[in-house]
Design a protein around this ligand. Structure first.
Ligand code: SF4
Length: 438
């Protein structure tokens, strides 16, 4: 069996898909690999490769981590037409299978993948049994728990652009938290209309948000606690090595700092040599743990380990937009955080990485539906005043993405139902910049 996912072609892992493939292989005795499909791949060559790969084998193809790509959704359809049993797992599997509500009243909405997916699976893969693989037209859902299957065969991933290439993973991932702790943060935010619809009578609307309002992960998965320490260490021990040290890995946890010092101590105690830990982290975690960070970096320096803040969710440098995003931080928090990072860099030099030119790619969402002269002026002023362009700003900002199943998806549907204005869909995404006015 193959699990197809989105992939950039860079030597990084896709942890969920690789764990699932390892589970199929080791627990269900179903040979399974992951094939990461790069953008601009050759569909014709991919289908030729899969013809050969599946020759004489059961035709079951799984898909995960679609990343909103219509070309991968199109592939699911082709596999189905070619007689495959198709499985959909990973983030948003249930919502992408079900589609948006009221598609009979709103024909332009995303109708879901029921017609092309035989089995959709939401939740931890280890609840899946061989008996499920024969069923068709089914959505199975199991709750997340802390005791999920965490084994990874690091050699089971390939990429495909115009030919199948084995991927030597050089950036792994280790799961430290199941979901995002900030997702437990329930809020209601009042959102004004998109600026291009201000004159069209679109009202301010209240939107419920679990965590950040644009985040589909928080709504999909919620938060289910930290993985136990010994299971984190087992994952780290299983990572590939280069020159006697574990490859760099991303610690999956939006609040990683509280666990980091102990993790370094445990690695030393188990005589596991680490090279680099990448953190994808919230601003409030950094601000709340400045002195802990200094201690952690002292240990890292002693052990010759690099700690990299690979992606911090700044998202905006305008207070009004941060509030619309339900980000739970202000520009003043961001300034404090960046000052801390710069100070730590002066002290810990090469053992502490956070800059764009060191490979970090921090969150910066622009354009958004609420950009106007005032927000743009505030943002540009802050960027200039605090010199964010020197080290923090990514090369390109990311436009606000509205997945149909995110809280902002609810907002768009409220606009549609109260005003009759509709927004086009592109696969699983809603094009908020593209309203159709009747
Ligand atoms: S954007 Fe990050 S911090 Fe916000 S809810 Fe999603 S995962 Fe959590």
């Amino acid at each position: 069996m193959i699990i197809f996912t989105h992939h950039t072609g860079e030597p990084h892992s896709i942890l969920g898909a690789q764990m699932a493939a390892t589970f199929f292989q080791r627990r269900l005795s179903i040979p399974c690999i992951v094939v990461g499909i790069e953008r601009n791949f050759s569909k014709e060559r991919l289908l030729r490769f899969t013809d050969q790969y599946y020759s004489g084998n059961k035709k079951v193809a799984a898909f995960s981590h679609l990343c909103g790509r219509p070309d991968i959704i199109g592939l699911v359809q082709v596999f189905k037409q070619n007689g495959f049993m198709t499985i959909l797992g990973g983030p948003q599997a249930r919502q992408d299978y079900d589609g948006e509500p009221d598609t009979d009243l709103y024909a332009h909405r995303f109708k879901g993948l029921k017609s092309v997916v035989d089995l959709a699976f939401q939740g931890p893969v280890d609840r899946l049994g061989s008996e499920h693989l024969g069923t068709r037209g089914l959505l199975i859902e199991y709750p997340w728990t802390k005791n999920i299957f965490l084994e990874v065969d690091w050699s089971n991933i390939y990429t495909f652009s115009d030919t199948l290439k084995k991927l030597e993973v050089r950036l792994g991932q280790v799961l430290n938290a199941i979901g995002c702790p900030y997702a437990s943060n329930l809020q209601v935010v009042t959102l004004p209309p998109p600026v291009n619809l201000r004159e069209r009578g679109v009202p301010e609307l209240k939107v419920r948000s679990e965590g950040c309002v644009f985040c589909d992960v928080s709504r999909d998965k919620g938060y289910h606690g930290s993985v136990e320490r010994d299971r984190v260490m087992t994952q780290i021990a299983g990572l590939p090595e280069v020159d006697g040290r574990k490859i760099p890995f991303e610690l999956i946890d939006e609040y990683p700092i509280r666990h980091l010092g102990k993790l370094l101590e445990d690695a030393e105690w188990h005589k596991i040599k680490l090279s680099q830990i990448n953190l994808v982290c919230r601003v409030d975690d950094i601000n709340a743990h400045v002195s802990d960070l200094e201690e952690i970096l002292s240990i890292a320096q002693k052990e010759d380990i690099k700690i990299m803040f690979a992606s911090i969710g700044f998202e905006s440098f305008c207070d009004r937009l941060l509030q619309y995003f339900c980000k739970g931080i202000t520009v003043a928090d961001i300034v404090k955080c960046v000052e801390t990072l710069r100070r730590l860099k002066d002290r810990f030099k090469n053992h502490f990485l956070y800059r764009r030119d060191e490979g970090a790619n921090h969150g910066f969402i622009r354009p958004t539906p609420w950009d106007d002269g005032e927000t743009l002026q505030e943002m540009d002023r802050n960027i200039f005043l605090h010199r964010f362009f020197e080290d923090i700003l990514p090369e390109h900002s990311t436009p606000l993405i509205i997945h149909h199943a995110s809280n902002l998806g609810d907002w768009i549907r409220q606009i549609e139902s109260t005003t009759g204005i509709t927004f086009t869909r592109d696969g699983t995404w809603i094009e908020w910049w593209n309203p159709s006015l009747k």
